[in-house]
Structures are given as structure tokens and as C-alpha cells.
Design a protein around this ligand. Structure first.
Ligand code: ADP
Ligand code: MG
Length: 608
């Protein structure tokens, strides 16, 4: 074991995935969990085994919601409809056409995936809550479809669904079904845990934040949102298939809109961003519901659906007390594995760098309007390799907009941008990142609950290639070690080694800006775009930052720096471009700019 331990580092809270634990602890923990699952039904009466089966099915659906809603921030109220589609698909195929449950499984998953793809393609591109609203509509539509189609038995459903058989082994009792269900649940939990602790997992965590950040790291956010949506639907589909063959019948009542809200409750109660939260939430909800069903009517001397009211009240209490659900609170009480990083992993290949002085960036006639406001008006300048170019000007001059046009976060109305002789102004931000442009944001964009190490590793996204499937099956470990090692190196480079495992959001602003620089560096950029990196820094921090930027330039990273702190810029940059009211006002060496009458006028007579 060549793994080095970090000298210090406060444990990152909540959703931060852990660096690889020591093997023996991990195996031990898993073996213990496996044994508990295997032995649980032995002493239990039939009724509780059935309950455990329900918990298993609910865990699968809630797990999809944990990843999709809790981690990626996409809210769906329609998971029960995916469960239903899968359950009906396999029930219909096996009873009406006499197919085997295994063909039913293929059909169930294919149908849920297709439905999710269709729903996702139509709604995911729209921002805001369109998807959530669409999932409600989809849930209602599916419920009434099941209830009204004569071929599907209308509201009485389909019965006599055959049990699953594996060779001569038939899962035809509660106890046998228990093992089928829980093997799937455990596999899904482990796969989801692996997924979140990977290159794709970091990208998924970044989805809930402004997509400009993830895109600037090279993540195709629309495609990934679709993948996550289909993934969650497939977990629900898996639950649907198991449901049909364990209960041996399907009816629309299990797939009503209420069920969809229950699943969301489970994810929230358990901890909407924690894989094990799905299990905790599903257990608590299922048991509580069962118990309340007995207790409440006796207590109130009335029959009725009182659970819903009690659940609502409990939710409010719970969210007051533990914002993040129960799973993280429980996890905090368990001993933590020592945090390590793979210091010995082989370095990633680096990009070829143009020789110093070679033309790197060529901005020509760039323009951008926001309605009637011309934010950037016919701006042209060039930047040579090995140079630090300052872009300065009063507030509202159009610096950030220019910056966003170059990095592809905004589309230009006119003009062109070339990087290393190639037109980049029609490319999406992730395409520009791929060609060697790294950037930071004026308002820091970090995944605040993720560790500094993972935030920076997100910046190396394009230097890896392993996708979601490889991550779930742990086929990504060698690449992952190289990505994390690269991230750790960049963190050391900006001087944050002692914060490697801290939650990024726990650092003071000045350090968060450094994390953003490290994240941009992890992409091995030829050109680094920094938007007001010195804003909010103290004097000493500014000096250290200037020192860092000089060092980076000496290492061959060219820098375009947007700044309005003149003092900071003057001692640092090689050349300056001055903007005012969207136009280029002047350009030249620092001492020329300092004496330029129009610049003095803009700064002294302007809004500053
Ligand atoms: P700077 O970074 O130099 O302070 P900006 O590029 O942020 O300036 O803004 C230039 C002008 O464009 C400002 O007047 C600002 O209000 C306007 N602006 C910037 N972004 C938008 C936007 N998304 N929609 C409308 N107006 C915008
Ligand atoms: Mg700005």
C-alpha cells in the first residue's frame, strides 16, 4: 500500500464520496450487511418477511430518486408510473402471451427506458420545473390508462402472474421472493454507491448547480440529465418487474399518484443525497405506514386514510430537525474510514503547448446585445502564448460578457474567436474546454458539499473517459486514481493541500476562488480565463494570488484576467485591454494604460 494519508483535513460532511477505504474494512462492512440480509427472514414470521419485500421494492424506487432528485436536483413525482409500466408489461406478456418472466424483464426494462427517454427528451431541455410537472401528468395518465384498458383488466388488474423461475428453483413464496428482491436491492445499492463515487458521479453532483459550471468542465449536462432520468426509471422498472412476480398480480391502485409522493417522502426522510438514505427512508415509511394503519383507526375510533396527515406532520418535524434526512445523521455516528488519495498513480498525459509568443487567442469584432443593451460592441484583441493579459474596465463595461462569449457560456451575435488558429465561437462551452480553455466564475461555482478534491477532479472530467456503467461495476478504478492524483497535484499547486478533504463550501471565499483555479488547471488548459479572482480577497491573499499566477505563466499557462482592482492588475499583467460601455477603449503596457487620458476619464469620471 503506497497510499499516503493527508496530514490534516476535517472530514467533509454529507454527500462527499470517500476516497478508497482500506479493503479489509470495506469487505468486512459489506459481508456484515450481506449476512444480516441473508439471515433476517429466518426468525421472522411470514407477515414481516412480506413487509421486508415491500421495503426492498420501495428501496429500489427511492434509490433512483436519491440519485435523481437528491443528488442531481431533478424532481420527479412520476416514479410509480414507471413501476407500473414495468409491472404491467411483464404481467401482460407472461399471462396473456405466455412468455417467461425473463422475457418479461427485458420487455419491462425496455419499455420503462423508452418511456423515460421520450419523457426526458421532451422535457429535460426545458429549464425549471417542467419535468416535475410533466411527471405528474405522466403519472395521472398512466394510472387512468391502466384503469381503463379492458385488455389490462381495468381497475381489477391482471392476476395469475407466474413466479420467476431460475432453472428448477421457483420463487413462489414470500421467503423465496425475499432473496430475489434483496439480491437486486443490494446490487443496486452498491452500484449506486460506486456510481456516485466516480467521474460520472461528480458530474451528476454538479447537475443541480448552474449548468454553466459543469459545461465549462466538459460535462454534457443535457445528456447526463437524460442518463440520470433513465437510470432512475430503470430502477423503478426493476421494482415493477419484481412487484408483479412477487405479488403475482397487478392493479392500478399500487401505481397512483399517492405512491409517487410516498417515494419522494422516502428519499427525503432517508436523506435525499445519500445512497443508504433510500433504504432508511423506505424502511421507515413502510413500517410506519403499516403501524399507523393499525393504530390510528383504533385511536380515532374511525376508519379512514389518516396516515397521509400524520406523514405530512412527521415530514415537517423531521426536516426541521435534520435537514438532510436521517442517513447522514446516522452515518456521522459511525467510525470514519481514514481518507487517502492515490499519490502514486501515474500522471495523466498533458496537452502540447504552443511555444512562448505564438498566437493563442484571437478575438475579432465580437458583439453581444441583451435586448436593447449593447453589452459588447465590436471588441477585438489578441493574446500570445505565455502572456498574462488583463481585461479591465468599470463595472458594467462588458468584461464578464466578453469572457462568457470567449468561453462559450454565451453565444455571440457577431465576430469570431480563434483558439490556436481554430474557430471556437460556434462551439458549446464543453467543446471549448476540450480544446484547452479553462475558466473560473465571477461568482464562485463549487459543489459546496463535495470535497475540494472531488470539486477539482471535476475539472479533469475530459481527461477521463469512463462512463456510468463502468463506474457502477468499478471498472474505472485505475482511471479514477489518476484523475484524483491529478486533482490532488493541482490542489497542492494552488496551496490548498491541507483542505483536500474539506467540503468546498466550508472554506472562506478567497480559498474557494483558489479551488476554482485548481479545478480549471485540472483540465490542463493552455489558456486560463479568470473573472475577478482577487475580488473579496485580503491584501496578503492578493499578493499570494499574484505570485501563483506568475508561477503558472512561467509553467506555460497563458492567462486572460478580468479585474477591476487596478493595483492588483498593474504589477502582474504583461499587457492590458481596457473596456468601457461595451467597447474597447485602449490597449497597451501597464504604464501606458496608467497614463492614458481616456482610461483615467473612464475610471475617475465613470461609475467607479
Ligand atoms: P462587467 O463584467 O464589465 O462588470 P458585464 O459583462 O457583466 O460587465 O455586463 C455588461 C452589461 O451587460 C451590463 O450593463 C449588464 O447589466 C448587462 N448584462 C450582463 N449580463 C446580462 C444578461 N444576462 N442579461 C441582460 N443584461 C446583461
Ligand atoms: Mg463582471
Amino acid at each position: 500500500m503506497n497510499e499516503r494519508r493527508p496530514a490534516a483535513g476535517v472530514a467533509a460532511g454529507g454527500i462527499a464520496p470517500r476516497p478508497p477505504m482500506k479493503l479489509n474494512r470495506r469487505v468486512l462492512a459489506l459481508a456484515g450487511f450481506g449476512a444480516a440480509i441473508a439471515l433476517a427472514p429466518l426468525p421472522l414470521p411470514e407477515f414481516y418477511v412480506t413487509l421486508l419485500n415491500y421495503i426492498g421494492l420501495a428501496t429500489l424506487v427511492a434509490l433512483g430518486l436519491v440519485v435523481m432528485t437528491g443528488v442531481a436536483g431533478i424532481v420527479s413525482f412520476g416514479q410509480q408510473a414507471f413501476v407500473g409500466v414495468a409491472a404491467y408489461a411483464t404481467a401482460g406478456l407472461t399471462t396473456l402471451l405466455g412468455a417467461s418472466p425473463w422475457s418479461g424483464l427485458l420487455a419491462s426494462l425496455a419499455l420503462t427506458a423508452a418511456a423515460a427517454l421520450l419523457l426526458g427528451v421532451v422535457t429535460l431541455r426545458l429549464s425549471g420545473h417542467y419535468l416535475s410537472i410533466a411527471t405528474i401528468a405522466w403519472g395521472i395518465a398512466i394510472y387512468y390508462l391502466f384503469g381503463n384498458l379492458p385488455a389490462l383488466g381495468q381497475y381489477s388488474g391482471i392476476d395469475n402472474v407466474p413466479p420467476v423461475a431460475l432453472g428448477s428453483w421457483v420463487f413462489d413464496s414470500n421467503r423465496k421472493s425475499y432473496y430475489l428482491i434483496w439480491v437486486v436491492v443490494v446490487a443496486a445499492l452498491v452500484a449506486a454507491h460506486n456510481l456516485l463515487d466516480s467521474r460520472s458521479g461528480r458530474a451528476i453532483r454538479a447537475l443541480r448547480f448552474r449548468s454553466a459550471m459543469a459545461e465549462s468542465c466538459g460535462v454534457d449536462t443535457s445528456a447526463l440529465r437524460l442518463v440520470v432520468f433513465v437510470y432512475a426509471a430503470l430502477l423503478a422498472g426493476m421494482a415493477g418487474w419484481l412487484h408483479a412476480h412477487f405479488l403475482r398480480f397487478v392493479s392500478p391502485h399500487a401505481f397512483g399518484v399517492n405512491a409517487g409522493i410516498d417515494y419522494l417522502f422516502m428519499a427525503v426522510i432517508g436523506g435525499a443525497s445519500h445512497v443508504w438514505g433510500a433504504l432508511v427512508g423506505a424502511s421507515i415509511m413502510t413500517l410506519l405506514k403499516e403501524w399507523l394503519k393499525d393504530v390510528l383507526p383504533a385511536l380515532l375510533q374511525h376508519t379512514g386514510n389518516f396516515e397521509a396527515i400524520v406523514f405530512g406532520a412527521l415530514m415537517i418535524v423531521l426536516l426541521q430537525r435534520t435537514r438532510d434526512g436521517l442517513a447522514p445523521a446516522l452515518a456521522r455516528r459511525l467510525p470514519r474510514a481514514p481518507r487517502t488519495w492515490p499519490a502514486d498513480a501515474p500522471a495523466l498525459p498533458r496537452r502540447e503547448r504552443p511555444p512562448p509568443g505564438a498566437p493563442l487567442l484571437d478575438v475579432a469584432g465580437l458583439g453581444k446585445r441583451f435586448g436593447g443593451l449593447v453589452a459588447v460592441d465590436d471588441v477585438s484583441f489578441t493574446l500570445a502564448s505565455g502572456e498574462i493579459l488583463g481585461l479591465i474596465g468599470p463595472n458594467g463595461a462588458g468584461k464578464s460578457t466578453t469572457f462568457n462569449l470567449i468561453s462559450g457560456a454565451l453565444a455571440a451575435d457577431g465576430g469570431s474567436v480563434q483558439l490556436l488558429g481554430e474557430r471556437i465561437d460556434r462551439l458549446p462551452a464543453r467543446g471549448i474546454a476540450r480544446r484547452g480553455l479553462g475558466r473560473t466564475f465571477q461568482h464562485v461555482h463549487l459543489v459546496s458539499r463535495m470535497s475540494v478534491l472531488d470539486n477539482v477532479a471535476l475539472g479533469a472530467h475530459l481527461r477521463g473517459a469512463k462512463g456510468t456503467l463502468a463506474a457502477m461495476l468499478r471498472g474505472d478504478r485505475a482511471e479514477e486514481r489518476r484523475l484524483l492524483a491529478e486533482a490532488a497535484r493541482q490542489i497542492q499547486r494552488v496551496g490548498l493541500a491541507e483542505h483536500l478533504h474539506d467540503a468546498a463550501g466550508s472554506l472562506p471565499l478567497g480559498r474557494q476562488r483558489l479551488v476554482e483555479i485548481a479545478r480549471a488547471l485540472a483540465g490542463d488548459p493552455v489558456l486560463l480565463l479568470l473573472d475577478e479572482p482577487a475580488a473579496g480577497l485580503r491584501h496578503g491573499e492578493k499578493r499570494a494570488l499574484a505570485e501563483l499566477l506568475r508561477r503558472l505563466r512561467d509553467d506555460g499557462v497563458s492567462i486572460l484576467l478580468v479585474e477591476h482592482d487596478m493595483e492588483f492588475v498593474m504589477g502582474l499583467v504583461d499587457r492590458l485591454v481596457v473596456m468601457d460601455f461595451g467597447q474597447k477603449l485602449a490597449q497597451g503596457l501597464p504604464h501606458e494604460i496608467r497614463a492614458h487620458p481616456a482610461v483615467i476619464e473612464a475610471y475617475l469620471g465613470g461609475v467607479e
